[in-house]
Design a protein around this ligand. Structure first.
Ligand code: ARG
Length: 587
């Protein structure tokens, strides 16, 4: 029997088939099959009841008809029961569980299964994430975009999408006038060699302060900006230097998170592409001049009918909105994007809404295909006081320092829990646990909410944390080491006898829910769903491992239990890697 990868999508397809056969309108009928409370089976379909109501039929009778019309391939695989007034419950038959475990034995097989069932498969997605402004260090406010963005890239790729990672850096702001002014006069070569971004920040602050105090400096800084924008070689060289240095510093952070961008097409890249935006939007009657600026009103919108989208400043300069519009066009024309995912702070919600509304109208009027545009927004990282996280003295916490502290704190945990490891390995483990804890603490929260940053909670073996899951992974590896075998041998074993104990079956059923967790995570672009699944899986594994001895003499029992260990390991490792974490064989 060929076993489906995702049971829920297989059930949905079968329900749709039954509905079609009965001449029912399928779309509202099998909207979504969900993972059920284990007492009611594995999956539940709730579409019959509302459908029967709407069409004035007896729900129970309709449910019976639907069940009778289900294809045999489905009823062979699942026991189907009608509950209450017409809910359909599906329980995996033992043979189905066995064959799922036998089939999805390796990472490539899971990947293949996901690509075959995910709706994003074959589509091209641009993920616009991290995207900091240059000439400044990355701070804690830059954490979430990088971490959530990378996880979404990996998840979409796993689901068969082509992903283009694009770092839309802010490298063309008006701040460059003051910075170049200060760079030319006050650059400290030693400081530059020591910590270039710190030096640029100092110069920027100096330029800003001096320009505030002295009208003539402000004028000079303006001139530096004009020169830069009109292509003056000296200023361009300084500007390039600042951006190169910034990107090299950013890359050190990205390396710790395992991020490699395909493109870094920042705002400056669109410099020569904004005039087309102005021209088209003006010709189409979408943009108009208001108080000297070029703006787009959205009359149908409660707020944007009065607050327009400002796409060219009154001094003629491009802004964040103009470059973002040019960027959408480029992504569609150059990359043939089917979707663009903007991983940006929720405070830019209005910007994104206005951007998307404008693009929608612009593309409709020019017969261009509109990609799916998603603002994957997120809340703020808060300190224990409930305010945005800062240092004691009220400054932004640099990401570099944050990750260093995470590693240091993880080293303490590792020293107490893994004292047996050689010191060099403890250090390597600490880096993975430390950075992983920061990533996981962020990902395991619903991204829409703010969350409180707490070292004690995040670097802990208790609760839904990276350390808990990384230890679970290492522990399964150690089971194999002790038995002098390895997970891939257990993966292929034919000696396994069918599952018997309740804990074996519960764990196996949980394993088969991975595709559903994946689908929900990708569908909503919400990594916390996968985090929760992995945490629950690790819990089921512990229950199994405490109840059922693996190293027994009976070869068949031992093989089937080792296979469960191998599958749990596979899914935990695959899941954690999809979230952007590195895993360990030993801790
Ligand atoms: N540089 C911007 C900032 O720091 C984020 C850019 C996000 N991407 C975009 N296409 N607007 O706020």
């Amino acid at each position: 029997m060929s076993v489906p990868f995702n049971f829920a999508t297989a059930i949905e397809a079968a329900l749709n088939q039954a509905a079609a056969q009965l001449g029912l309108d399928a779309a509202p009928f099998a909207p979504e099959v969900r993972t059920a409370d284990a007492r009611h089976g594995d999956f539940q379909a709730n579409g019959v009841l509302p459908y029967a109501k709407r069409t004035k039929q007896n729900p129970r009778a309709l449910a019976e008809q639907v069940v009778a019309a289900l294809p045999a391939s489905l009823t062979d695989a699942f026991e189907v029961a009608i509950a209450g007034p017409g809910f359909l419950n599906f329980t995996c038959r033992p043979a189905t569980l066995e064959s799922w475990l036998a089939t999805y034995a390796t990472e490539p097989s899971l990947r293949e299964g996901a690509s075959a069932t995910q709706p994003e498969s074959g589509q091209t997605f641009i993920v616009d994430y991290s995207s900091p402004n240059t000439a400044k260090q990355m701070h804690v406010g830059h954490l979430r975009s990088a971490v959530i963005g990378e996880a979404m890239c990996r998840l979409l790729e796993f689901g068969g999408a082509k992903v283009i990672r694009d770092n839309h850096i802010g490298d063309w702001g008006t701040g460059f006038g003051k910075l170049i002014w200060a760079y030319k006069r006050h650059l400290n070569a030693d400081a530059l060699a020591q910590d270039p971004l710190e030096e640029f920040e100092r110069l920027y602050k100096l330029g800003n302060k001096t320009a505030d105090e002295d009208e003539s400096v402000l004028e000079d800084a303006r001139q530096e900006l004009v020169n830069l924008q009109s292509g003056n070689e000296e200023n361009l060289a300084i500007w390039r230097h600042i951006n190169e240095v910034s990107l090299a510093a950013f890359q050190k952070i990205y390396d710790q998170f395992g991020i490699t961008f395909d493109h870094t097409l920042g705002e400056s890249f669109y410099n020569d592409k904004v005039s087309q935006v102005y021209a088209e939007l003006t010709d189409l009657g979408l943009a108009e001049i208001s108080e000297g600026a070029l703006v787009v009103f959205h009359p149908e919108h409660p707020r944007f009918s009065k607050q327009p989208f400002l796409i060219r400043k009154s001094d003629g300069a491009a802004n964040y909105a103009s470059t973002d519009l040019a960027t959408i066009l480029y992504r569609v024309e150059h990359f043939q994007a089917d979707g663009v995912i903007y991983v940006i702070d929720s405070r830019q919600g209005d910007h994104c809404q206005q951007l998307f509304l404008t693009a929608e109208k612009w593309f409709a009027k020019t017969n261009r295909p509109l990609p799916r545009l998603e603002h994957t927004s997120f809340g703020t990282v808060l300190g224990e006081n409930g305010k945005p996280l800062k240092t004691r003295s009220g400054e932004n916490i640099k990401l570099r320092d944050l990750l260093a502290e995470a590693t240091e704190r993880a080293a303490q945990l590792v020293a107490s829990k893994s004292a047996n490891l050689p010191p060099a390995e403890q250090q390597a483990v600490a880096a993975i646990v430390g950075v992983g804890s920061v990533q996981y603490a962020d990902l395991s929260q619903n991204r829409s909410s703010d969350y409180v940053f707490s070292w004690d909670k995040m670097i802990s073996l208790e609760g839904n944390t990276a350390a808990y899951l990384l230890y679970a992974v290492a522990r399964i590896h150690s089971i194999f080491r002790k038995l002098d075998t390895d997970p891939s041998a257990a993966a292929a074993t034919a000696a396994a006898t069918p599952l018997v104990t309740a804990t074996e079956v519960t764990l196996a059923r949980k394993l088969t829910k991975f595709p559903e967790a994946l689908r929900a995570t990708i569908g909503q672009l919400r990594p916390h769903t996968l985090c929760l699944y992995l945490y629950e899986l690790a819990g089921e594994f512990s229950a199994f491992y405490n109840a059922d001895k693996v190293a027994v003499d009976d070869a068949g029992v031992r093989a089937r239990r080792l296979r469960l260990c191998a599958r749990t390991l596979l899914i935990l490792e695959t899941g954690l890697n999809l979230l952007g974490l590195r895993t360990l064989k030993r801790m």
